[in-house]
Design a binder for this molecule. Structure first.
Ligand SMILES: Cc1cc2nc3c(=O)[nH]c(=O)nc-3n(C[C@H](O)[C@H](O)[C@H](O)COP(=O)(O)OP(=O)(O)OC[C@H]3O[C@@H](n4cnc5c(N)ncnc54)[C@H](O)[C@@H]3O)c2cc1C
Length: 389
């Protein structure tokens, strides 16, 4: 391929979505990813909005196992179990998912190069990406290289905030085989999760909105798993940072950042796959539409305005939700709250649209409710009833 119109660094969901969009628009695109098989630490949770995105843009990609029941608890005070007739979450094998994204982008015409990026430069006219396989050049650049973001760092940018998550895979989830579980963590500012992927096995981990040192996270993970699964299983621990709250880049550098590289994850849940797909596609579209990289940045910012407003709202809500888990758990047990909220969730709405449409969401919730059953109780209540949950 001669010099491409755009270089994309990264072949996760953000990079593949950007490359796919550019290739479909007829642009010459080269995307770079580290060599070797990819093992990204990830729960593999695919939300309904991510599922809708996949159906629209990656129709051949399998979102994984659909789950129809969810526990949303604030132990030891308040526990909720919801049973729905539409999936509340899909659980995908992340390695397979990433490979499928790459395949789709390549079959649309994007060129994949396996190379480790060490540095990126901008000379006012074009970008130079230095790698262990030589240097690559292009007039436009999308940085989709994840939380550690070599593109961002080289060009003097930074992300605003970081959450952190630690998990174990291949753990026995037979106690909660039919449902996804979210438990507010003692001390606030995070939750523990159990995702049963298949055959009584799955992954479980802890998410913290505020960064904690690795020792504190590790002991949080061990105590959560012992409590929730009955024992702390022997399995390798993986994890990483989840940047949120957006990013800052020097004004004169027109690189576009997408996904974790741009700090786009949802701070409330740590969800990042949908955000990576969405921002990756928006970045690809902006470059494809624009005449020059500066115009691309303006188009990209414009396309992300609602997304950013949503993030700003979550930035306000997330710390408060984690500070008062008991009240949150209670609130969620009220049909007047959880019915419209779950209607919004299964329809793939973000928090801003859910709040804006709240009155309207009562109508489908009343006529054709998604939630078929809801049980809630206090900790003591559940100790007595756990066998039947
Ligand atoms: C423990 C954990 C659990 C999570 N669980 C979920 C979940 O259940 N659901 C969910 O939606 N989100 C989850 N997330 C968040 C989600 O995984 C990320 O937000 C998402 O992967 C971001 O996608 P991305 O494409 O921006 O970056 P990544 O997926 O990190 O992709 C980065 C790409 O850049 C490439 N790259 C990086 N550095 C270089 C380099 N120097 N040279 C060349 N290539 C490079 C990599 O090879 C890769 O292809 C979780 C995160 C963690 C840490």
């Amino acid at each position: 391929m001669p010099e491409p119109d755009c270089l994309v660094v990264g072949a996760g969901p953000a990079g593949s979505a950007a490359a796919l969009e550019l290739a479909r628009a007829g642009a010459r695109v080269r995307f770079l990813a580290r060599p070797g098989p990819r093992k990204k630490a990830c729960g593999g949770g695919i939300s309904p909005r991510a599922r809708i995105f996949l159906a629209n843009h990656f129709p051949s990609v399998d979102p994984g196992r659909a789950l129809y029941a969810m526990e949303g608890n604030a132990p030891p005070w308040h526990r909720n179990l919801f049973e729905a007739k539409k999936p509340l979450l899909w659980l995908a094998d992340r390695t397979r998912l990433d490979a499928a994204f790459v395949e789709e982008a390549v079959s649309a015409g994007a060129e994949l190069v396996r190379a480790r990026v060490s540095r990126v430069e901008w000379d006012g006219r074009r970008f130079t990406v230095r790698t262990d396989q030589g240097a690559f050049f292009a007039p436009a650049l999308i940085g989709a290289d994840g939380a550690a973001g070599r593109v961002r760092k080289s060009l003097g940018g930074r992300v605003r905030r970081r959450a952190v998550a630690l998990m174990k895979t291949g753990v026995d989830t037979s106690r909660t085989a039919d449902r996804i579980v979210f438990d507010g963590l003692p001390g606030g500012m995070g939750y523990g999760w159990v995702f049963p992927t298949s055959g009584g096995k799955g992954n479980a981990g802890v998410y913290s909105l505020v960064p904690r040192n690795s020792k504190a996270m590790f002991s949080l993970l061990c105590s959560y798993l012992s409590w929730r699964l009955g024992k702390d299983p022997k399995a390798p621990v993986t994890g990483g940072n989840i940047p949120w709250g957006g990013h800052r880049m020097p004004g004169d550098v027109p690189a576009l950042l997408a996904g974790d590289a741009g700090g786009f994850a949802d701070p409330l849940t740590g969800e990042g796959v949908y955000q990576a797909l969405f921002t990756g596609r928006a970045a690809g579209r902006a470059v494809a539409l624009a005449g020059d990289p500066c115009q691309a940045r303006a188009i990209y910012n414009h396309r992300l305005s609602v997304f950013r407003a949503n993030t700003a709202l979550l930035r306000f809500l997330a710390p408060r939700a984690y500070k008062f888990p008991r009240q949150g758990g209670r609130l969620l047990s009220l049909p007047l709250v959880h019915r419209p909220v779950t209607e919004g969730l299964v329809r793939g709405l973000d928090i801003l649209h859910t709040l804006a449409l709240l009155p309207g969401l009562f109508i489908p919730a009343a006529l054709d409710p998604v939630i078929l059953g809801h049980r809630h109780g206090s900790f003591l209540d559940v100790v007595k009833r756990q066998a039947t949950w």
